[in-house]
Ligand binder design. Structure first.
Ligand code: CA
Length: 236
């Protein structure tokens, strides 16, 4: 069990252990892209998209994604080129989608700095599992359970119990809770949450975050998440 911390420090410089929930999917096949985005959003991820290599590389360099799903065969820069240029500056976890199941491709992918790959066609459940593993690895979060007081979060199955009773959360409530829980004892700013949990189509001016926190408090206890007025939230 992880011991509870008692103070919320400033979040600056203490985010290296963050989990993450904002993904980039680079895929030029419209049907596959739409299906992937729909499925990943349903899992609670914020998902940005690119349909060609240059745009994908630009987004991957400018935004700190938690993981990137990168198709190999793309117009313009292909997936290999995107990956090798990205690796000049960033270690963002990358899962390659390849149409060919040749060991040469796999070796090339791993040599270029891919963290994992999946051969098309693939099962979405397998994609989700691999993404969760990638994100956990990169967050050095090898535990699959987080226990805070009477609340237990299973990050592998994405389920929550309170006093051993299951708590039903929406996908978004879950990711907000998991993010705060992985940063327990730290002040998490609203900006952090919007950057990591919401995608480019959601306005930071909306009150969507307040609604999720309100619902989480109803389900987990009013004091479970502390508001630092004007700064953000904290689980102590
Ligand atoms: Ca393609």
């Amino acid at each position: 069990m992880i011991t509870r911390q008692t103070t919320c420090q400033s979040a600056s410089g203490v985010l290296e252990n963050r989990t993450a929930m904002r993904l980039l999917v680079v895929e030029d096949e419209p049907d596959l892209l739409a299906g992937l985005v729909r499925a990943l959003r349903k899992q609670g991820y914020a998902v940005d998209t690119a349909v060609e290599g240059e745009d994908g590389l630009y987004k991957a360099q400018s935004i700190d994604y938690d993981a990137i799903v990168l198709d190999v065969m793309l117009p313009g820069l292909d997936g290999w080129q995107v990956l090798s240029r990205l690796r000049e500056s960033k270690p963002t976890p990358v899962l390659m989608l390849t149409a060919r199941d040749s060991s040469a491709d796999r070796v090339r992918g791993l040599d270029t700095g891919a963290d994992d790959y999946l051969v098309k066609p693939f099962d979405s459940a397998e994609l989700f599992a691999r993404l969760r593993a990638l994100i956990r690895r990169s967050a050095q979060q090898t535990r699959s359970f987080i226990e805070i007081g009477e609340v237990r979060i299973d990050t592998a199955s994405r389920t929550v119990t309170r006093l051993n009773q299951p708590v039903t959360l929406t996908a978004r409530e879950y990711v907000v809770l998991e993010y705060l829980a992985l940063h327990r004892g730290e002040l998490v700013t609203r900006t952090d949450l919007y950057e990591h949990l919401f995608d480019e189509n959601e306005s930071t001016l909306s009150n969507i975050l307040d609604v999720h926190v309100f619902n989480l408090r109803k389900k987990l206890g009013q004091d479970f998440i502390v508001t630092r007025r004007g700064h953000g939230y904290c689980i102590e």
